[in-house]
Design a protein around this ligand. Structure first.
Ligand code: GLP
Length: 261
């Protein structure tokens, strides 16, 4: 795992954006795993800046969202279908027909979840999966005790997650109780993982995921099983890490072939 500690949230977005850009520049048909929430917004801003400057294009790329709420209409402004359309597809210039979001409104949710994993496989798998992390250690909506072998499926949101996401809704009781999320097993099949976290509220989750024991209780610790995972955090989110001096030394002395900015 590569851990990159940067001074602030703006730098996290810039550097993580540069990493995604380098992958898409090398493979314009890349399949990107798309996260929602506040954490990846800086990445999308950096990518949109490059698209506007004409140095990057997502016209041939494909996208698969990580997760979706169950029980709110697709046109609800906070459905992840709406968020992905507004914050990713439009600003980055994706072809909307090449971007999918799990169908949280399907009559047969279990079948829709299975079909979603099949569609990812049919697209050739995900080249790079963008991830945030919840304050309780979840990735996607894989709440604590999610199996490392889990596939895309329905989950019940933890009370802490509903509380954290209440800021996006008019009132806390409007936050859906269920979701459909790529499983940890699905996420681990992506060829590369890039997780970003900002702020002191994520410090415990980042430390547990990166340096704690491998445990389904901390779903983010699944990254330790991946051969190509990069964790990009600001100082505040890094404040619980014990080996931060080593991570800084490693990044400062990285060989040229490892540079993507
Ligand atoms: C959300 C999403 C996750 C996200 C995480 C952190 O609810 N389902 O994909 O990474 O929780 O959210 P945020 O980035 O807003 O802190």
């Amino acid at each position: 795992m590569e851990i990159i500690i940067l001074p602030d949230a703006a730098e996290v977005g810039r550097v993580a954006g540069a990493k995604i850009a380098s992958i898409v520049a090398g493979r314009p048909q890349a399949v990107i795993g798309l996260a929602t929430g506040s954490s990846p917004q800086g990445i999308y801003a950096e990518l949109a800046r490059r698209v506007q400057a004409g140095s990057l294009s997502f016209a041939e790329a494909r996208g698969f969202a990580l997760d979706e709420y169950v029980g709110i209409p697709a046109d609800h402004p906070e459905s992840y279908a709406s968020v992905i359309a507004r914050e990713v597809v439009a600003p980055l210039g994706f072809d909307p027909s090449r971007v999918r979001v799990p169908d949280g409104r399907a009559a047969d949710l279990a079948a829709a979840a299975k079909e979603y994993d099949g569609a990812i496989a049919e697209a050739g798998g995900i080249d790079v999966q963008i991830l945030g992390i919840g304050s309780n250690g979840h990735i996607g909506f894989n709440e604590p005790t999610s199996s490392f072998a889990s596939r895309t499926r329905i989950k019940t949101l933890a009370p802490k997650t509903r509380q954290d996401n209440a800021r996006f809704f008019d009132s806390p009781d409007q936050v859906p109780t269920h979701c459909m999320t790529q499983g940890l097993g699905t996420i681990l099949e992506a060829r590369e993982l890039v997780l970003v976290a900002q702020g002191a509220g994520k410090a415990d989750a980042v430390a547990a995921a990166v340096e704690g024991p491998l445990s389904a209780f901390v779903p983010g610790s699944a990254l330790q099983l991946h051969e190509h995972a990069t964790v990009i955090v600001d100082e505040a989110a890094a404040s619980g890490l014990r080996l931060s001096d080593y991570y800084r030394y490693t990044y400062d002395n990285r060989p040229d072939w490892q540079r993507f900015e």
